[in-house]
Design a protein around this ligand. Structure first.
Ligand SMILES: Cc1cc2nc3c(=O)[nH]c(=O)nc-3n(C[C@H](O)[C@H](O)[C@H](O)COP(=O)(O)O)c2cc1C
Ligand SMILES: O=C(O)C(=O)c1ccccc1
Length: 335
C-alpha cells in the first residue's frame, strides 16, 4: 500500500476509541467478504498497452462512498469530508452526524444523498425534500440492507448507539420517527419504491448494493440513473463475492446504458485502474476516507484523494492511457 495511506490508517487506529475504530473497520460475520474485497484486486494483474503516444486524460473517476457517523472519526465530521472533496462527488450518508444542508453548504462540488427507504413513505418523502432543499444533485438508494448487518465487533463491544451529543441529524423532527437515532432498514422495500421515488423527485435516482446481473437489468428497466456494484464493504452478508468479482457480469448486463460504480476494497490508484478495466465507470472509496478523516480531519481526507489521484494517473500513463477488459489477467496466468 502507498505509505502515506498506510500511515493515515495507522494514525487513525492510534487516535480512535477502539470501539469506534472497530465500527469503521469491521465487517459482518467472519469478515470473509471484508478481506476478500481487497484480496480480489491483489489476485489480478494488468497487461499494459505500449507505445501509444499522446496525452493522457486527467479525469479522476472517484466518488466518496456514503459512510455513517463521521463525527465519531473527527469533531468536524462530514463538514471536513465535504470540504476536502473539492469537486469529487460526496455521497453523503443518511446517517450523517451533520445535517445534509450543512454538508452541501460546506462542499464546493456535488453532494449526493444516500437514502435508506423508510417503511413510512411520508418519512421517506420528507428526507427526499430535505435532500432537494439542501441542493443535492442525486439520490442513492441503498438496496443491500433489508436488515442491519450483524457486525461481530460491535456486538462484542456492546456498541449499538452513538455517544451523547451525536445523532443522525437528518432524522430529527420527522413525524412518526422516534428520534434522531432511529434509522429503519426494511425488508419491504421493493423495485416499486424506486418507481415511487422517481415519481416524487426530479433528482436522478441511483441504486447502490447490486451484485446480481439480473438486478442490474431490473435497475435499468426501473429508470435508475446509475448503479453502484457494492457489498457494503463486507458489512451486510458474509456469503457474497468480492464486489470486484461481481463487476464484470453486471457491466455486461448493463451494457453501457447507465454508469456503473464499483465500491469495496479500493485502496490504490492501481485498484481504480483494475476496476475501470473490468467495466466500472468510477469507483467509490469508503474506509480510506474515514482513516484520513480520523488521522487529520479535512487535510487527511484531502491527502487520501490526492494520493489516489496521483497513483491513478501514474498507472494510467503506464498503461498507455487505456483500460479495457482484455488487459486484465489472473496472477499466475500462463499462456
Ligand atoms: C463505517 C461504515 C459505515 C457505512 N455506512 C453506510 C451508510 O450509511 N450507507 C450506505 O449505503 N453504505 C454505508 N457503508 C458502505 C459504504 O458506502 C461502502 O459501500 C463501503 O464502505 C465500500 O467499501 P470500502 O470501505 O472497502 O471502500 C458504510 C461503510 C462503513 C465502513
Ligand atoms: O454501518 C453501516 O454499514 C451502515 O450502513 C449504517 C447505517 C445506518 C446507521 C449506521 C450505520
Amino acid at each position: 500500500m502507498n505509505p502515506a495511506l498506510a500511515e493515515l490508517h495507522d494514525k487513525a487506529r492510534a487516535v480512535l476509541d477502539p470501539v469506534h475504530y472497530d465500527f469503521f473497520a469491521g465487517g459482518v460475520g467472519d469478515e470473509v467478504v471484508l478481506a476478500e474485497n481487497e484480496a480480489a484486486f491483489r489476485s489480478l494483474a494488468l497487461l499494459p498497452r505500449v507505445l501509444r503516444g499522446g496525452k493522457i486524460g486527467t479525469d479522476f473517476p472517484v466518488l466518496i462512498s456514503p459512510t455513517a457517523f463521521h463525527k465519531l472519526a473527527h469533531p468536524d465530521g462530514e463538514l471536513a469530508t465535504a470540504r476536502a472533496a473539492d469537486g469529487t462527488v460526496v455521497v453523503s450518508s443518511m446517517a450523517s452526524t451533520v445535517p445534509i444542508a450543512d454538508v452541501v453548504a460546506a462542499a464546493t462540488g456535488p453532494v449526493w444523498f444516500q437514502l435508506y427507504v423508510q417503511p413510512d413513505m411520508a418519512v421517506t418523502e420528507e428526507l427526499v425534500r430535505r435532500a432537494e432543499r439542501a441542493g443535492c444533485a442525486a439520490l442513492v438508494v441503498t438496496a443491500d440492507s433489508p436488515v442491519f448487518g450483524r457486525h461481530r465487533r460491535d456486538i462484542e463491544h456492546g456498541f449499538h448507539d452513538l455517544p451523547a451529543g451525536l445523532a443522525a441529524e437528518n432524522m430529527r423532527d420527522l413525524a412518526g420517527v422516534a428520534g434522531p437515532r432511529d434509522i429503519a432498514m426494511s425488508a419491504d422495500v421493493s423495485w416499486e419504491h424506486i418507481g415511487r421515488l422517481r415519481g416524487m423527485t426530479s433528482l436522478p435516482v441511483w441504486v447502490k448494493g447490486v451484485l446480481h446481473p439480473a438486478d442490474a437489468v431490473l435497475a435499468v428497466e426501473h429508470g435508475v440513473a446509475g448503479i453502484v456494484v457494492s457489498n457494503h464493504g463486507g458489512r451486510q452478508l458474509d456469503l457474497v463475492p468480492a464486489s470486484l468479482d461481481a463487476l464484470p457480469a453486471v457491466a455486461d448486463a448493463v451494457a453501457g446504458r447507465v454508469p456503473v460504480v464499483l465500491d469495496g476494497g479500493v485502496r490504490s490508484g492501481g485498484d481504480i485502474a483494475i476496476a475501470l478495466a473490468l467495466g466500472a465507470t468510477a469507483v467509490g472509496i469508503g474506509r480510506p476516507v474515514l482513516w484520513g478523516l480520523a488521522a487529520d480531519g479535512e487535510a487527511g481526507v484531502r491527502r487520501v484523494l490526492d494520493v489516489l489521484r496521483d497513483e491513478f494517473l501514474h498507472v494510467l500513463t503506464m498503461c498507455g492511457g487505456v483500460l479495457s477488459r482484455d488487459m486484465v489477467v489472473h496472477r499466475g496466468f500462463r499462456c
